[in-house]
Design a protein around this ligand. Structure first.
Ligand code: ATP
Length: 560
């Protein structure tokens, strides 16, 4: 089975899952539109998440693996918040990526995305014939190795190809190349070595600027006559809306610790290099949980949420060998975190053995609530969190000054809760489910000839269309009966297709390609035996089911 990204992207466009944004004007980089089927699919991803995390959660029962019973509630905060929110959360100062520009190609790269390999030519001093100026040529002659960079997924092949050109070697000389396989981000290369770097599409070395910081938040001006003074930011995450409403939720509901507040919604980041289809977009949707608990229990809750969220993807059909739970190293942790794990998926656009993040589960301690109370926190030399101060000792950014602590009326204890944050991307999840669903096989057509079949094996809960209804032929009362069944399935709230065009095999293939789990056919016997045929997308098994049981049958198969 070939799960190539090109095929998946083509199918997404052909069948109306995902379109390039503003396509008729040449597109807008980093933004995507969901077509009719994509809208249903992504809505199902969000709905299934909300159902499993919030609406179907029973606070009277303790879920398997959980340290205690707990409550879960929802929240919907605005996309734009008071600018002080981002100052105290740390986003204003710290939410940046390092970027480099290529002075030759004018392309911009995120430092940690530029992979590179040191290339030598059999230990000999390598002459860089590609150097385009005197200065470069002499610098290159002294060099015995160069750092060839790429942003391509198949790094080694790309580097090899580039090095062959660079050293003016013939293809058969490829074995003479020594390529050190360790992949370094540019940040790890010393300033002295920077002159030996070949940027991804440059023809000479040393064209990359020193890395610079770039804030990822999108700015907007509020008010018709607004100036820079009135600048606000589109939220780069939904989480802060939850923290600033923590007190409101506690005061307006009867939630008791431990409990979770959940939010699904859009976030915006000025990504330097949006790419890999919807994986890295500038506008995307998040599904976030902030789970508040007593500090003494936060590690147990962290483990609980990490495992539960990982299993959520497995239960929705992601194969175990394509998804990993990766604990962050100490030096990878965000400024607030004492522990983080990522759930990562082997997207087809990545090299074998590489994974892309679907969701992060972070143990955030009391960083966020304390920051919004006291002001922006930072770690001091002893590793403790304290309010960041200016040289004159005044706080850099003051918090709200509001009391965001929690009072436990059973134990009479007042404390600032710890937070566990499972933060998932709805678009990345949708993309992973799309990639996972893609299958090709061969099935005989009406004439018995083998035809290639593309089948999207979505989990039934996620499938954009749950069932399709066909009359076998367009006469003898079959269309009327099929329309009746179609109406009943629609009335049950299901997304259903009706199709009476073309041979039945073609109709099945059309549904397979969009991942419809069940096809129901009204045929010549239906009028007498009061049964229809239901065909399963994956097993291809066809069964006869009484017409009056068809809605229950589909509903129960969807739940299975
Ligand atoms: P990355 O390292 O890939 O930039 P991140 O660690 O910054 O991601 P978080 O801040 O933890 O991401 O955001 C939580 C989730 O939001 C991510 O796991 C991902 O699913 C989603 N997400 C973040 N940035 C983007 C983006 N630019 N496009 C699509 N989804 C995103």
């Amino acid at each position: 089975m070939t799960r190539s990204m090109d095929k998946i992207v083509a199918l997404c466009k052909r069948r109306g899952f995902i379109f390039q944004n503003s396509e008729i004007y040449g597109g807008q980089n980093g933004f995507w539109d969901y077509g009719p089927l994509g809208t249903e699919l992504k809505r199902n991803v969000r709905d299934v998440w909300y159902h499993d995390m919030v609406s179907a959660h029973n606070e009277l029962l303790q879920p398997a693996g959980a340290p205690a019973t707990f409550q879960m509630v929802g929240l919907e905060s605005a996309l734009i918040m008071h600018p002080q929110v981002w100052k105290c959360s740390g986003h204003y100062d710290l939410f940046h990526d390092m970027m480099v520009d290529c002075t030759e190609t004018r392309k911009r790269y995120r430092v940690d995305h530029v992979k590179g390999h040191w290339v030598k030519c059999n230990g000999k001093t390598v002459k860089l014939n590609k150097a385009s100026s005197e200065a470069d040529a002499s610098a290159a002659e002294e060099a015995d190795r160069v750092f060839v960079t790429t942003t391509e997924a198949n790094a080694i092949e790309h580097v090899k190809e580039k090095a062959l050109k660079l050293f003016e070697l013939r293809a058969k000389d490829a074995e003479r190349l020594q390529i050190e396989e360790q992949v370094l981000g540019l940040a790890a290369i010393s300033a002295a070595d920077r002159g030996k770097i070949f940027a991804p599409d440059a023809s000479r070395a040393g064209t990359l600027t020193d890395p610079r910081e770039f804030n990822l938040m999108m700015k907007t001006i509020l008010g018709a006559l607004g100036t820079q003074e009135d600048a606000a930011f589109l939220r780069p995450e939904t989480a802060q809306g939850i923290f600033v409403n923590f007190k409101n939720v506690c005061d307006s509901t009867r939630v008791k610790l431990p409990f979770g507040i959940c939010q699904v919604g859009k976030s915006f980041r000025n990504e330097i290099t949006p790419r890999n289809f919807t994986f890295r977009s500038r506008e995307f949707e998040q599904m976030e949980i902030e789970f508040f608990c007593h500090p003494s229990q936060s590690r147990e809750w962290y483990t609980y949420w990490r495992d539960r969220r990982y299993n959520w993807y497995l239960n929705l059909g992601i194969a175990k060998d394509r998804i990993i739970l990766r604990d962050h190293h100490q030096d990878e942790l965000a400024h607030y975190s004492v522990g983080t794990a990522d759930i990562e998926y082997a997207f087809p656009f990545l090299d074998a053995g590489e994974y892309g993040e679907l969701e992060g589960i972070a143990h955030r301690g009391d960083f966020d609530l304390r920051s919004h109370m006291e002001g922006k926190l930072t770690k001091n030399a002893a590793g403790e969190l304290e309010v960041e101060k200016l040289a004159d000792g005044t706080p850099k950014y003051r918090g709200s000054g509001k009391d965001l602590s929690y009072f436990d009326d059973q134990t009479r204890e007042r404390f600032i809760p710890h937070v566990i944050e499972p933060s998932a991307g709805a678009d990345r999840g949708t993309l992973a489910f799309l990639c996972e669903a893609y299958h090709e096989d061969h099935q005989p057509d009406e004439k018995g000839e083998m035809q290639e079949r593309v089948v999207m094996k979505f989990h039934p809960r996620l499938a954009p269309v749950k069932a399709a209804v066909f009359p076998l032929i367009k006469k003898e009362g079959m269309p009327e009966k099929a329309a009746e069944i179609y109406g009943e399935l629609k009335a049950a709230g299901l997304s259903v297709n009706y199709d009476q065009q073309a041979a039945i095999g073609r109709r099945y293939r059309r549904q397979d390609e969009i991942g419809t789990p069940f096809c129901i056919t009204v045929d010549g016997d239906t009028a007498t035996d009061k049964c229809v045929t239901i065909r399963d997308r994956d097993s291809l098994v066809q069964e006869r089911i009484p017409v009056d049981r068809i809605v229950d049958e589909v509903l129960s198969r969807l739940k299975a």
